[in-house]
Design a protein around this ligand. Sequence first.
Ligand code: ADE
Ligand code: ZN
Length: 325
Amino acid sequence: MKDLPKIELHLHHEGAAPPAFIRGLAKEKGVDLSGIFREDGSYAYRDFWHFLSVYEAATSVLQTPEDYARLTRAVLEESAENGVIYSETFLSPDFCGGGDVDAWRDYLHAIRETAEAAERDLGITLRGIVTCIRHFGPDRAKPIAECAAETAGDWLVGFGMAGDEMKGKPGDFLWAFDCAREAGLRITVHAGEWGGAASVRDALDALNPERIGHGVQAIEDLALVDRLAEDGIVLECCPGSNVTLGVFPSWRAHPIEKLRARGVKVTVSTDDPPFFHTTMTAEYENLARSFDWDEGVFAEIARTSLDAAFCDAATKEKIAKKLGD
Ligand code: ADE
Ligand code: ZN
């Protein structure tokens, strides 16, 4: 499983930070983060909403472009180790420069330079998706979208929204999404992780994304599932994240196979791997065990993921060769 070539479309950059890496930075900077770790060194949180605040506390020690360069190296080493050959990562100018465009450019430059070095020596290709954060509200999303629009191009390829989908409405963020779309960025929105099928419908109707982050609670409404299939909307499924956070009680209860069987384009990602004690290899192993997925299904998933990737055609061609197409 480890060696199967994998494509990951849904990964939060800070959420992929190994806890030991964050502890090391906290020590260097003299920040006390002891409250966010368990005794065994892993991240400690009670539920999804507490997870979001622990995530933000961990992120508080990532304070400079150099910190993000080091984080990028650590994240890409772990991904490459698990057979990932192409990855798209969520980056938030909220955490990288506080929404100031010039500061954001410095962070982006450091991340991109590190990614290009990793592409040369680890063989993994990375692209970025700027995400605004829903619970920070629509006014904060505007400068974030402007940061994204100013730096849109061959590396920064998408715009999205993460955070607490129970707060506000997708339509509140229309200005930000229009700004990003006009700059040529492709769109993905987190919905249907916690907010039910209605939340997926709202995101589709208000923001017209090509991809939905999670989207798995669409399973409650088969008419919506058929709409996703007919419109070719791609779901960035993160089953290990959903099971660990208690969205579904077990791997067998996760709807990814039902969605796939009904014609929805599903893909597989880790979301925030150390928080959820997962890796792309572990996701594949659990899917194989729970749904009898074999190499043929995983090859289909990789192809669906590459088709849905936001990178340009030349990059897709290069990755397709590595998939053996
Ligand atoms: N930010 C990081 N991980 C997230 C998740 N699973 N859902 C929403 N926002 C997030
Ligand atoms: Zn996510």
